[in-house]
Design a protein around this ligand. Structure first.
Ligand code: ZN
Length: 220
């Protein structure tokens, strides 16, 4: 997970720092940024995690140590409606192999003068069932619900809209066309191509893989 120590007096390789920043975000602790830099905010966030884990709060994470083991294995409190989470936390809730694609899609759209915002990254199966009852979605388990076997969010889908238009104004079609193009350039699947148009939806796995994603999620 990390190759060298991170935090107070750590080696602080940028890749390791970034990995720790994402891990902290996943359990709802704000590391300040995900920028690969080990500043005071990151060290304070590591201490917060260590206090929560009932460990000595030395602000430092060593490879193979107890803090990294707890961070990677943490069963987080990811309940409630994730729609209201900050953008960074929504990004943190995506599967690591899907997240980079979404980060690049967002960069591309911003460069084109659009204002992408994630409405849903991951959401819990409980929220999914409510949306199913309300007719907002057609499925009881989807790529938004993917998680690690120990219950951490690892979504393979994200819904993005322009924060000026959401789904309401006709101008939003400019945004959704750009979203589809940018997503497909990243090898993603765009819901706007489906018969049942799901304009805001990008996913990183094929529909045929849903059953295996469900198994990977530890759900039967
Ligand atoms: Zn979606």
């Amino acid at each position: 997970m990390i190759e060298a120590s991170v935090g107070e007096d750590g080696t602080n390789r940028a890749d390791d720092v970034r990995a720790v920043q994402w891990l902290l975000l996943r359990i709802g602790i704000d590391p300040g940024a995900v920028d690969g830099l080990a500043g005071p905010r990151l060290i304070a966030a590591i201490r917060t995690a260590q206090v929560r884990f009932d460990m000595e709060a030395d602000g430092r994470i060593d490879p193979g140590g107890r803090t990294i083991a707890r961070l990677t294995g943490a069963r987080a409190t990811w309940d409630g409606d994730s729609r209201n989470w900050p953008q960074e936390r929504k990004l943190a809730s995506l599967h690591p192999r899907f997240r980079g694609h979404i980060v690049r899609v967002i960069d591309t759209l911003r460069r084109d003068g659009l204002r992408p915002t994630i409405v849903y990254g991951w959401r819990s199966v409980a929220v999914q069932r409510r949306l199913l009852r309300e007719g907002v979605t057609q499925v009881g388990f989807g790529f938004h619900n993917a998680q690690t076997p120990d219950g951490l969010p690892a979504a393979w889908a994200a819904d993005l809209v322009d924060d000026r238009w959401y789904w309401t104004e006709p101008e939003c079609h400019v945004f959704f066309r750009a979203l589809g193009a940018a997503g497909k350039a990243e090898g993603l699947i765009w819901g706007g191509d489906w018969t049942f148009r799901d304009w805001a939806h990008l996913q990183g796995r094929r529909n045929a893989e849903l059953a295996s994603v469900r198994r990977e999620s530890g759900l039967t």
